[in-house]
Design a protein. Structure first.
Length: 116
């Protein structure tokens, strides 16, 4: 069973920053950060391949940066210029390739709350 452990969430004012971390038990080609706000579907926020190619949802482009440390089996999400609409439960997961469905079991996630 692959373990995905998210951390780093918290309460921050609009315009602030947070850095999320996702520790995995093994390294996968494509790792993604997802979020789910109350009453909304879970969505892909950002993803990164093992070679460092990244993709972002339009809503976070220019504000969020995804990175990974393959030696540590850890993926990060640096979130800057946070907005109240970024409030959500954030999860990480893996895919075999970009466009694939998330393959792992969802973890507990880490809550991000942005106050106005």
């Amino acid at each position: 069973q692959v373990q995905l452990v998210e951390s780093g969430g918290g309460l921050v004012q609009a315009g602030g920053s947070l850095r999320l971390s996702c520790a995995t038990s093994i390294t996968f080609n494509y790792m993604g950060w997802y979020r789910q706000a109350p009453g909304k579907q879970r969505e892909l926020v950002a993803g990164i391949t093992s070679s460092g190619t990244t993709n972002y949802a339009d809503a976070v482009k220019g504000r969020f940066t995804i990175s990974r440390d393959n030696a540590k089996n850890t993926v990060y999400l640096q979130m800057n210029s946070l907005k109240p609409e970024d409030t959500a439960l954030y999860y990480c997961n893996y895919q075999f390739f970009l466009g694939d469905r998330p393959r792992g079991s969802w973890g507990q996630g880490t809550q991000v709350t942005v106050s106005s």
